[in-house]
Ligand binder design. Structure first.
Ligand code: 5GP
Ligand code: SF4
Ligand code: MG
Length: 475
């Protein structure tokens, strides 16, 4: 049985560059925010695939000797993150398998909604799985396909995979990028700038990875598109019937890096606009606006600009917080949050404060933050959230907790306000979330805010799968 359903991840690949693995390593470094649990790179030197995967952050996983060993002009990599289920090295990507035509590696960002069904089917037919990840399903579908060409096998496999995937494959002489027809997760195509490496291509989850390695953004890999990079250049295919696009709106709100251009818009500008709209919708008299860093910063800037209330950093973040720390046996109040954030008395004392954050998930962090603001002397605390209430879990690759753990799934705004102990609480409206896009909701997924899941429930497989998710999550 799978022990892991939701995976926030980064993918990165370079084709035709003398230092491919080094470039992928730098890209993964820029994409660290998308996954901190494990990291891996697989390179091809034309004779074989060379692989290194390890638990930990990119900087710890790859040392100079490892990068040197990852020889060859082509490489793909992956950062994985998970907060639920077990974390195991066996789930670290890229996965590599041998099939009748040689070795193939895969990196996946997203989540298949029919992963368990396909896995059961494959296991009954004799496939032996090494991991508990749904990504391995794709590679077994490719390996067991009766199609003769690799592209035929990939198309056949992806035609059966439902849900969210932004994928990279690597064989001895080819790299293949694919994005699901809904386009849930981002995937961008770039090209190296310098003349020497002209023709070398890069594919990455976000544009911030291209900036670091000085590659130009060319375009997004389109929903439903499969791009092959080979000795004779680049080839694009769109073998699947088109689906209504469902780009993840939450990437804009929280997940992507603000300096990335995502689905055609700069994330920082979108976040600022969400903050401005929030101020228009739920202004309140106050002395200062303060963000919950880092995720709340751009929205707070927008809120302050629109409301003409000064922006102050009333909360300062420690950027070097590791995964674990030794707690003192004498309890310190709100220890976990205090390790990461400190409230400044000098800024907050006696003030009416608007505190801006991007979202509330369980409400427990927000409650501690508000306690800290009050302890530092804040006279009033008005919480403003730059997204609508998170009411439903994500089945497409963002690690949200179970429905029952989402405070807004079963509590009114007033109940949440009381729980977090704010003087007032307001969320952005669903309409307001789309003002930056001229009110155009089409093309986006906002299921975690609306409950409208874009992958159709009529499909028997999906219905069973989604129910199974809910049941397992609650257990
Ligand atoms: P809460 O008050 O719900 O305990 O925590 C809210 C905080 O969680 C916000 O600052 C928000 O930025 C952060 N957050 C929202 N979504 C996610 C997520 O998917 N993963 C992580 N690690 N944090 C999140
Ligand atoms: Fe993104 Fe939410 Fe849709 Fe998941 S449910 S893909 S987090 S918008
Ligand atoms: Mg945050």
């Amino acid at each position: 049985m799978q022990d892991k359903f939701h995976e926030e991840c980064a993918v990165m690949g370079v084709y035709g560059h003398p230092e491919a693995a080094n470039m992928v390593y730098l890209g993964l470094y820029a994409l660290q925010h998308r996954g901190q649990e494990s990291s891996g790179i697989v390179s091809s030197d034309g004779k074989g695939l060379i692989s290194h995967r390890q638990m930990g952050l990119v900087a710890d996983v790859f040392k100079e000797d490892v990068i040197k060993r990852l020889e060859g002009p082509h490489a793909i990599g992956h950062n994985r993150y998970s907060t639920t289920g077990q974390s195991h090295l066996k789930n670290a990507q890229p996965f590599v398998v041998e099939y009748s035509q040689g070795p193939i590696a895969i990196s996946h960002n997203g989540n298949l909604v029919n992963g368990t069904l396909l896995r059961d089917e494959l296991e009954q037919a004799g496939s032996i799985f090494q991991s508990t990840s749904d990504t391995e399903v794709i590679i077994h579908l490719i390996a067991t396909s009766r199609e003769t060409t690799l592209m035929g096998r990939i198309i056949e496999a992806l035609a059966r995979a439902r849900g969210a995937y932004s994928l990279l494959f690597l064989t001895l002489d080819r790299m293949i990028a694919a994005r699901d027809p809904f386009g849930f997760r981002p995937l961008v195509l770039g090209k190296f700038k310098d003349a020497k490496n002209h023709g070398a291509h890069v594919v990455a989850s976000e544009t911030c990875a291209l900036d670091l390695i000085e590659a130009d953004y060319v375009r997004d890999v389109e929903p439903g598109e499969i791009i092959t990079f080979g000795a004779d250049g680049m080839e694009s295919l769109k073998p699947f019937p088109p689906a209504p696009h469902a780009k993840c709106i939450f990437e804009y709100i929280y997940f992507a890096r603000p300096d990335s251009n995502l689905f055609g818009h700069n994330v920082y500008q979108v976040r600022k606009a969400l903050g401005r709209q929030l101020a228009r919708e739920s202004g309140v008299e106050a002395d200062l606006v303060t963000p919950v860093p880092d995720s709340g910063v751009p929205a707070a800037i927008g809120y302050a600009e629109e409301s003409r209330i000064p922006l102050e950093f009333g909360l300062i973040r420690n950027h070097y917080v590791g995964r674990t720390f030794i707690e003192p046996s004498q309890s310190i109040r709100h220890f976990g949050v205090k390790i990461k954030l400190n409230a400044q008395k000098e800024v907050l004392n006696g003030k009416r404060v608007i505190v801006v954050d991007d979202s509330i998930v369980r409400g427990t962090t927000s409650r501690k933050i508000i306690r800290m603001l009050r302890d530092a002397g804040a006279k009033e605390v008005h919480m403003r959230i730059s997204s609508p209430a998170t009411i439903s879990p994500c089945y497409y690759g963002i690690d949200t907790p179970t429905r029952s753990e989402l405070i807004a799934s079963s509590n009114s705004v007033e109940e949440i306000r009381r729980f977090i102990d704010a003087d007032t609480l307001a969320y952005l409206s669903r309409e307001g979330m789309y003002t930056y896009f001229d009110g155009q909701k089409q093309g986006f997924c906002d299921a975690c805010f609306s409950g409208n899941y874009p992958v159709h429930f009529e499909d028997e497989g999906h219905t069973r799968q989604l129910h199974l998710f809910d049941a397992l999550e609650r257990s």
